[in-house]
Design a protein around this ligand. Structure first.
Ligand code: ARG
Length: 574
């Protein structure tokens, strides 16, 4: 199916190539001054040492745009302004509407993509960093799968290492039943802190804990069973959070640290065989090229500690090796907070040096900033301990229910509960996904839940309102429309916005910057509002009315699909 921006780009590229005698990126973009604008004549003129307006004139003369544009104008120093014909807009919107995928093609180059996300630590509270990873990772899963890639979810939970010695001893001390009760309801911090306190103050306990680590690592069956209990209880809690968040993670997606245990020695062996392992202060390290610390000293990636133990880096070398060599992934995403950027860059560089990571595979750290409280500091409760995730989410749903009770008092209670969940959870997710992920943002329920602004409730409400137009009129949307009649500037603006969906998704597929999709949906909803204020729909005459209904339906479907790709539900009524 033809994509408006692609069509214009192709024609302009051909014209530029004729003028330049070589390929030129035509730089066609949406514009305030016309429907689209190209500024490529400026760059080309600079390269050729000629006058940009003269170049623009030659390009316009060479361009074959007659069937696409009503107007092709040169403005300013040499911008080319393109105004698209109404009939082309009508034709393309009709095409989009007749397509289940709303004009978004499946990828031509399907890949196997692993997504490492969520990754909380067993027997420890999930913190807001895990919330961000879960939300961003889930959106990545949905989008990439929908575009036709094979996506493999990897929940790399932290359930191995020295703390488990003390945690198992604590579990024994308080009894398994008691421990299960605490952990599965999510009192993970209480459990962890109690264990830590004993470890720090009770020497006998600390000694036992250390022995436990040894027993665990050497595969002692009782210890292993206790460890499994601990992990299973934690997973029960994670499952409640995932259900509340409505994300796609399942029990089958756990590939935690412990999964890689028996692969770590061979990681060391391979690095050694490649000659990139160095002994440094008793530890086996790699010094990947390009990483230096203070005084320009090369930075080590510690693979095996002097006591023989393996750490976080060893495990991540095992994740990257397995994902490439066993899962055959060609794109590896690690959705983890920005503080771990250097860790991942060093792991990737090491993987390159050992030969696992080649040019046909990309490994990407999908980093993100912190969530701050309304005071601008790291999000914490008054008591100073970190906020419990479920409490935040529950509060969002409760407050959404209150807001909806005011907006639509006639909604039946069951429906209202479902809508409240969609709005409350949607608001939290959208607040996260609509900010540039590299930035921090403030967790402010008032703003997230507002029905105005760039929020989930605004978009959900915009769509629900469109649904109610059809409901009230008692008509079903026409999904096989003929050519649309588009004339009014507000209709044109909305149509052009609708036709931009595929292009935005292509961008997000590459950079996984979901705020671009959020921004698009918000602009689309705003274009719809402007259209709906200006143009009567139900009372318009035949053809115009039908066309406008199609624009309404296309907007509603684009909003629902776009929100869905962000992991956000769009209720028909609210
Ligand atoms: N469990 C880690 C943490 O809480 C995140 C793990 C991320 N994934 C990975 N492959 N290292 O910080």
């Amino acid at each position: 199916m033809a994509n408006l921006e692609d069509l214009l780009k192709q024609r302009m590229a051909a014209a530029f190539a004729m003028v330049a005698g070589e390929p030129v990126e035509p730089a066609v973009r949406r514009s305030q001054h016309a429907d689209f604008q190209s500024d490529a004549a400026l760059g080309l003129a600079r390269r050729l040492g000629s006058n940009p307006r003269a170049i623009a004139e030659q390009v316009v003369a060479a361009a074959d745009l007659g069937d696409l544009c009503t107007q092709v104008e040169i403005s300013g120093p040499g911008f080319i302004n393109l105004t698209v014909t109404n009939s082309l807009l009508g034709e393309l919107v009709a095409d989009v509407l007749a397509d289940d995928r709303l004009g978004v093609p499946r990828t031509q180059t399907p890949e196997t993509i692993t997504i490492d996300y969520s990754a909380p630590n067993a027997a420890k509270e999930m913190h807001v960093g895990h919330l961000r990873s879960t939300i961003i990772g889930d959106a990545a899963v949905r989008l990439l799968e929908w575009l036709g890639h094979t996506v493999i979810r990897q929940n790399h939970i932290g359930e191995w290492g020295t703390p488990f010695g003390m945690l198992i001893e604590h579990l024994l001390a308080i009894g398994e039943t008691e421990a299960a009760a605490e952990l599965s309801v999510g009192d993970l911090n209480g459990f962890y802190q109690a264990a830590r306190r004993k470890f720090d103050t009770d020497e006998v306990f600390a000694a036992r804990a250390r022995q436990r680590v040894v027993a665990l690592q050497s595969g002692d069956p009782t210890t292993r069973r206790l460890w499994e209990t601990l992990v299973a209880d934690s997973k029960k809690y994670f499952a409640t959070v995932y259900a509340l968040l409505d994300v796609r993670l399942t029990d089958d997606d756990y590939y935690g640290e412990s999964f890689y245990n028996d692969q770590l020695q061979s990681v060391v062996d391979e690095l050694d065989a490649r000659g990139i392992l160095t002994l440094s202060e008793g530890a086996k390290c790699v010094f990947p090229t390009g990483f230096t610390g203070r005084d320009d000293k090369p930075l080590p990636l510690i693979v095996q500690k002097s006591d023989g133990g393996f750490g976080y880096a060893a495990t991540d070398l095992a994740t990257i090796r397995r994902r490439i060599n066993v899962l055959y992934a060609t794109r590896l995403l690690y959705v983890v907070g920005l503080p771990q950027r250097q860790h991942f860059e060093m792991v990737y560089q090491t993987a390159r040096e050992v030969g696992w990571l080649t040019d046909s595979v990309s490994a990407e750290h999908i980093g993100f900033g912190s969530i701050l409280g309304t005071d601008g500091k790291m999000l914490r409760t008054r008591a100073g301990v970190s906020v419990k995730l479920v409490d935040l989410l529950d509060e969002a749903v409760t407050r959404a229910a209150e807001a909806i009770a005011v907006k639509d008092p006639n909604l039946d209670p069951q429906e209202r509960a479902a809508v409240a969940k969609a709005v409350g959870i949607g608001a939290v997710k959208y607040a996260d996904l609509s900010t540039d992920r590299n930035k921090d943002y403030i967790f402010d329920l008032d703003r997230m839940l507002a029905f105005e602004g760039n929020t989930a409730p605004y978009l959900q409400y915009a769509r629900a309102r469109i649904c109610s137009i059809f409901r009230r009129a008692g008509i079903a949307p026409d999904r096989q429309p003929k050519q649309l009649v588009i004339n009014d500037p507000a209709e044109r603006a909305l149509a052009i916005e609708l036709l931009g969906f595929a292009g935005v998704l292509r961008e997000v597929e590459a950079g996984l910057e979901f705020h671009r999709l959020a921004q698009y949906l918000h602009t689309l909803a705003a274009a719809f509002t402007a259209f709906y204020e200006k143009c009567t729909v139900l009372k318009a005459e035949d053809e115009v009315r039908d066309s406008r209904l199609v624009l309404c339906d296309a907007t509603a479907r684009t909003l629902a699909l776009g929100l869905g790709l962000l992991g956000i539900q769009a209720p028909d009524q609210m």
